[in-house]
Design a protein around this ligand. Structure first.
Ligand SMILES: Nc1ncnc2c1ncn2[C@@H]1O[C@H](COP(=O)(O)OP(=O)(O)OP(=O)(O)O)[C@@H](O)[C@H]1O
Ligand SMILES: [Mg+2]
Length: 463
């Protein structure tokens, strides 16, 4: 018998599903065991390790969701594929958000099951290849849309409610809040998911060619139109069109778009054949469109057409509870990408991340975590591994002084300590250079380093 490629636990209360998966997966050379409910799953996983769990959501005793939540805490590295016959978008989103590796709906397409399982194991192999020195590398990244704050829970619920419908959706939020991610998620959980998702960035395409980008053109429609071109609306037939930065669209195109939304048909530029399309429109903007309406740069009738369902993504600074989860998610993503061992985020660094204001929202956090992973040399991401301006902002004394009354002496001491820490950081822990920059003697500096317990910030190779 061939050596099994890995061990899989299949959990379902229906015998035929267990049998089917056992047969299929054994044939693929996996070692398969089965369980009938959540209690059995937990018992089996505690008794010996598995490489993958495939679990039904609806099961007696302990259901899949409950079991999943327990496993996420006790066995965070175990990839889990969830399955169900009762797919509501809410449960789907919830499982993906909690970090399921994949989600399968019954009755399944066996090739989809195979593909999903292979994906789990191929990521293991990549992972092992990346660090043959140490088996314990970071977790494989799981597809995830993260947010446990009440504000994001509302967003998830709206996504859940609208995915199944064909209603137009307008997503509003500052830059980097996840508008595109929301749009893709809505598409992914709609019954259009196997049809195209086509993005048009209304801000990036020059006005002159935008119309032809949208609707296509006939040969000879204008100078340079050497052949017929099919536009994005036609290409998206059956699927979703994502109109990004809709607030940048010119007023003439707004009129044309409105017509398509009303009549669901259009002509290619230079043509007169009526083309009927079935597309779902999702638009996004970081502008306040109501303001644009007042300023007469956006048509109110188009706004109401697009804004059938409105999704408002709050800026990150208004949902700081999400920062630790997001930071951990990006940390795992980049550790994984770079083939590094898992890292932990120090309390100090996390505090800095949490007190920062995040003008660039989640995208900025993502970039900063990448920077931190690259900068950190050990297993712990330190405050020093974060970019300096973030560090500075965090360390600025004014919030401290404002938050709680402090004596002047305490504040001055804190300032002194901060100045030394920052300068040591700038000089790479070099005492001589630090003393020079601060214009104090080396002895005075050493005294203060001892006083404030900063010896660990000093480059020990310097002496
Ligand atoms: N809740 C989230 N969970 C995980 N990743 C997120 C989340 N929100 C945003 N991201 C990630 O942050 C980055 C920025 O998100 P996205 O591109 O969707 O933002 P946007 O609102 O479209 O920004 P812009 O207005 O600049 O186009 C992406 O890499 C996205 O995957
Ligand atoms: Mg975007």
């Amino acid at each position: 018998m061939v050596k099994p490629k890995g061990s899989i636990l299949v959990a379902d209360d229906e015998e035929h599903v267990r049998n089917l998966l056992q047969r299929v997966l054994s044939k693929m050379d996996y070692k398969v065991e089965t369980a009938c409910n959540g209690v059995e799953v937990l018992a089996q996983i505690k008794s010996h390790p598995f490489d993958l769990l495939i679990m039904d959501i609806r099961m007696p005793k302990k259901d899949g969701m409950e079991t999943f939540k327990i496993l996420r805490l006790d066995f965070p590295n175990l990839p889990i594929i969830m399955m169900t016959a009762f797919s509501t978008v809410e449960t789907t989103l919830e499982t993906m958000r909690l970090g399921a590796f994949d989600y399968l709906t019954k009755p399944f397409d066996i090739s989809e099951v195979k593909m999903s399982v292979e994906k789990v194991f191929s990521s293991f192999f990549e992972k092992n290849e990346l660090s043959s020195m140490d088996e314990k590398t970071a977790n494989p990244p799981v597809k995830a849309f993260i947010g446990s704050s009440p504000l994001m829970q509302e967003v998830f619920k709206t996504i859940g409610r609208v995915s199944a419908s064909d209603s137009s959706v307008l997503i509003q939020g500052e830059s980097g809040t996840g508008k595109e991610l929301v749009a893709r998620t809505i598409h992914q959980y709609s019954n259009r998911k196997n049809k195209p998702f086509i993005t048009i960035n209304c801000g990036a395409i020059p006005e002159g060619i935008l119309e032809s980008e949208f609707f296509g053109h006939e040969k000879g429609a204008f100078t340079g139109a050497y052949q017929q071109k099919i536009g994005k609306f036609e290409n998206a037939h059956g699927g979703t069109i994502f109109l990004d930065e809709i607030g940048e669209m010119s007023s003439s195109l707004q009129v044309k778009l409105l017509r398509v939304l009303q009549e669901r048909e259009f002509e290619r530029v230079g043509g007169n054949e009526k083309i009927v399309v079935d597309v779902r429109i999702i638009a996004a903007t970081n502008k306040n469109l109501r303001q644009s309406i007042l300023e007469k740069t956006f048509r109110p009738d188009l706004f109401y057409r697009l804004n059938v369902v409105s999704v408002l993504i709050p800026p990150l600074r208004e949902r700081k509870e999400d920062i630790p989860l997001l930071a951990a998610h990006f940390r795992d993503k980049f550790c994984w990408k770079l083939g590094l061992k898992p890292k932990v985020i120090s309390r100090e660094a996390l505090n800095a991340l949490q007190s920062y204001n995040w003008p660039g929202n989640v995208r900025e956090l993502e970039n900063i975590m990448e920077h931190a992973i690259v900068m950190s040399s050990g297993q712990v991401i330190l405050l020093e591994d974060l970019p300096l301006d973030l560090f500075n902002e965090h360390k600025t004394l004014f919030p401290e002084a404002a938050a709680k009354p402090k004596t002047l002496r305490t504040l001055i001491k804190a300032l002194e300590k901060e100045a030394i820490v920052l300068t040591l950081q700038k000089t790479g822990g070099n005492k001589l250079k630090t003393a020079k920059l601060l214009d104090i003697s080396r002895r005075a500096l050493q005294y203060k380093i001892d006083e404030y317990g900063l010896e660990n910030r000093v480059d020990s190779n310097e002496e």
